[in-house]
Design a binder for this molecule. Structure first.
Ligand SMILES: NC(=O)c1ccc[n+]([C@@H]2O[C@H](COP(=O)([O-])OP(=O)(O)OC[C@H]3O[C@@H](n4cnc5c(N)ncnc54)[C@H](OP(=O)(O)O)[C@@H]3O)[C@@H](O)[C@H]2O)c1
Length: 318
């Protein structure tokens, strides 16, 4: 079954060339929404698992974990894609930040080569591809600068960021029908990262340590998925920044989670210990200030995503 939703307002400033660097398609006058075949890679991860659950309500989804498909195996990727002939491939596989720093060859394979193989295969069967990328594409200096847009210089400070930027380029080059979605500090259920679990720790009275000298946009995974599917429905290929509105530090995020839980300022002072990035002794450097802003969404008339506090409240209240 498929149906069509007519767009009431399509607010695109004429003459603005923002879209031109991307493979410009004619402006859609309507969104087409229907059941399609979707292949998801890296499906055991945070974004992949949520996507698989959400999309399987309305689409035919093949959600492949690393054990089902290693995206660095070019032949296996091509075989799987030809077998399924999906309309959409969503690549959620990634080698994370510190592991990338420790293993450059593996980072290149997972974050660059794998996405390229998927994009090549997408091209071969006429599928679209969504490739996730990161705010770590940017240097994060100076503090308090304006949010990064696609017009800003890419200048990653670590191997993860560099390989993710190369992965973006590889996908763009191999598949004209690609959406590059840079996102930032994603959280949701099912992962044990600070942003995903800090509210539960505070709820149970567990003390936490929160970094107060790195800031970025945050992204509730449910909002990320909604926006990605909206973007896909527009058919406008290009590079998007998909995050909740606003900027915060890990510390501010933790305090806000506690506030939503009804904890008092004094309780939060007792439960949250401030720490600094330099004290974390992490393997890879982190950029310090990386809020994002999406020019392409603005040009397409898509409203900003809800404020990070509203998104966090929705997550905490679950
Ligand atoms: N989470 C964030 O805060 C954040 C921020 C910015 C951008 N992003 C982007 O969002 C995307 C999804 O991130 P995520 O947070 O969902 O990551 P995640 O939770 O770490 O999941 C990544 C998944 O990729 C799988 N994987 C690793 N190597 C693979 C391979 N060779 N073949 C197939 N699968 C492989 C992993 O499997 P194993 O567990 O078995 O290794 C894991 O299940 C990534 O592109 C990431 O760069 C995320």
């Amino acid at each position: 079954m498929s149906f069509v939703i007519f767009v009431v307002r399509w607010d695109v400033r004429s003459g603005d060339s923002l879209l031109s660097p991307f493979r410009l398609m004619p402006f859609p006058t309507r969104f087409t929404v229907g059941t399609m075949k979707v292949l998801i890679t890296g499906a055991a991860g945070l974004v992949g698992s949520h996507l698989a659950r959400r999309l399987s309500n309305e689409h035919e989804v093949l959600a492949l974990k690393r054990g089902d498909l290693d995206i660095t195996d070019r032949d296996a990727v091509r075989r799987r894609v030809i077998e399924m002939t999906p309309g959409l491939i969503i690549n959620c596989a990634v080698l994370q930040v510190d592991e990338s720093e420790q293993n450059l060859a593996k980072a290149q394979a997972v974050n660059v080569d794998g996405p390229r193989y998927l994009a090549e295969a997408a091209s071969e069967v006429g599928a679209e591809i969504v490739q996730f990328s990161t705010q770590y594409a940017f240097a994060g200096e100076p503090l308090k600068r304006a949010p990064y847009t696609v017009k800003d210089e890419l200048n990653p400070v670590n191997v993860y960021g560099r390989t993710k930027v190369s992965g973006e380029a590889a996908v763009r080059e191999a598949c004209a029908r690609s959406y590059i979605v840079r996102t930032s500090w994603v959280y949701g259920s099912g992962k044990k990262s600070f942003l995903c679990v800090v509210h539960n720790d505070l709820r149970t009275g567990k003390k936490v340590r929160a970094i107060d000298d790195i800031w970025s946009s945050t992204t509730y995974v449910a909002d990320l998925i909604d926006r990605v599917m909206t973007i896909r429905a527009t058919g406008q290929y290009g590079t998007y920044h998909v995050v909740n509105d606003g900027v915060c530090s890990y510390y501010e995020f933790a305090r806000e989670a506690g506030r939503v839980l009804g904890l008092t300022g004094a309780q939060l002072d007792a439960l949250i210990e401030i720490t600094h990035e330099r004290d974390m002794k992490r393997i890879a450097a982190r950029p310090r200030y990386t809020p994002l802003r999406c020019l392409l969404s603005e040009q397409l008339g898509l409203p900003p995503m809800r404020d990070w506090r509203a998104a966090l409240a929705a997550y905490v209240r679950g």
